[in-house]
Write a protein that binds this ligand. Sequence first.
Ligand SMILES: *Cc1c(COP(=O)(O)O)cnc(C)c1O
Length: 395
Amino acid sequence: MNRKSPHSWRQATKLVRGGLDRSKHGETAEAIFMNSGFTYPDAETAAARFSGDADGFVYGRYGNPTVEMFEQRMCLLEGSEACYATASGMAAVFGALAAQVSAGDHIVSSRALFGSCFQVVSNILPRFGIECTIVDGRDIDAWRAAITPQTKLVFLETPSNPMLEVTDIAAVSEIAHKAGASVVIDNVFATPVLQKPLELGADVVAYSGTKHIDGQGRCLGGAIMSTEEFKEEKLKPFLRHTGPSLSPFNAWILLKGLETLQLRVEKQGAAALEIAQWLSDQSAVKTVLYPHMESHPQVELCRSQMSGGGTMVTFEIDGARDRVFDIMRRLEIIDISNNLGDSKSLVTHPASTTHYNLGEEGREKVGITDAMLRLSVGLEDIEDLKDDLEAAFVG
Ligand SMILES: *Cc1c(COP(=O)(O)O)cnc(C)c1O
């Protein structure tokens, strides 16, 4: 056993120590290099760095020591060769897609996507001549029918927001690869702790660091996980010149978030399962969706693809929108917020907020109703969360 190689460490050790690059001062925590530029001892060194003959930083938009520590820790966690840190999750998703398509290319995407991701595939990329076919991610035959030899990439989110639908990553990857298309996964809901898309056959994984990786409501950030070749040949030429760089300060926050990521996701996930089971027994609640609960329509796939059910629970109140809003108003601990993956429990009404833009017809297609609430379970004592919900149901 080589204790010195970070690759041989177990996950918890990687999360605390991975990528740590101490300065000459020997600081305990990772240092924040809050600078935009770099200096060189002589012109030859500058020339060598620009030509690629020598390693070293040249400019904040190209790289930064604190950002690089975050990238290396993410690589160890994901088991990927490379990571490109970005300013937000959307910068990661857009970068992962736009860096590898050109006008005339075709992409296939699942319908159940985070709102801004849906805008990218349905409105933004088509403006640049990229054609997109949208399919029901659960339907493997639909993927098979939509993917053609012209398909450059497929994009999907699993589990999806807010319906917690899952797509079989291995099956879709096999179909895509046969057609020569690459597979990009938005793994935000599952987190890098519970689902490893690269091991299931995907090529590129995108994260919003804003969600569980920070997990304490402090900053935006994102990451694209891929092979070294993809980073060098596709991501760098696109992202270095378009500029969605992660701030060194935010990279530092995300590094500290990673140290407790496994603890938080495991604790919040266990609480989410318990709350999902408890909600199933409440007369005020009509339906409950949770990936690792027996009642989930795809529970077997959820269990085989994710090592835990995650921190999100979606449920329907027995009543109309007024009744749902009254319940939300009566909550005293759980906050109303469209954010998720936070240590504070947050509830949102997708139909009037995150999925308002889909329109009534769009929401109907995905199955989002007016009675539906999405709960991101935090780190509070679970009995306090149940008391808060129960009091809100009774009114
Ligand atoms: C939040 C989120 C994003 C976008 O991340 P930002 O950091 O807000 O840009 C993308 N996909 C999913 C599933 C998300 O939840």
